[in-house]
Design a protein around this ligand. Sequence first.
Ligand SMILES: [Zn+2]
Length: 234
Amino acid sequence: MANNIRRIWETDPASRPRERTFESDVVGRFRSGRKVGNQPEPLSEWRVTTGDPLVAAEIARRMGGEPAEWETDKEDNLEVLTEASSIEIIIESSDKLDASMKLFGLSGLAHHCDGVEYLSPDEDLGKACGCPELVQDRKDRARAGRGPKPSIDVAFKVADAPELGVFRFNSGSWELVKVFHTLLADVDSYDGPVRARLSIEPVSYTTKAGRDVSYNKPVITVLGPDETAHSLAA
Ligand SMILES: [Zn+2]
């Protein structure tokens, strides 16, 4: 299960890193949106950002699109707007999946919980966080900027090009958080790494009031054990 690793710092809290430790090992990020001006724009094909020109070129070759620079103060200053809405990935174990609720304020992470209890900072760990019980109320608070929204992290390799290294996908999708426990169970149902499909899927429906709604949601589907890992180990 995710999060058990936090105990590793119990006996030596001074050595505890502030946030996740594998960030520097990540070669790129899969993103289901971008910003145009100040407006977020959802995408129906994957956008991949990286700081490594070789990784950008390889992603473009496999998924379509062209590497281009984009404005960021982070290391991943190259982006590829791919032509692929779906890609097969390898998830090593459920430790590579993490979900929590986060609200960022001007000075950083202001509320970090699992919906019931605080997950950080240490002095608040396990205390009731005061988030509303009903998901709709949580969504309303998040939308108003007063409550945390989902933060789902997935670290994975591209199934056909594991040598590229580890990519990361971070999502604030309520749709994904709804099925996250199923995803964890699916990954945990296999002993070793699993093969999964990471896709952006369109959702559209008409509400009872007759309003047309459409949006994209990220979907992760576990396909089975990663056979390449098995054959390498054999
Ligand atoms: Zn909370």
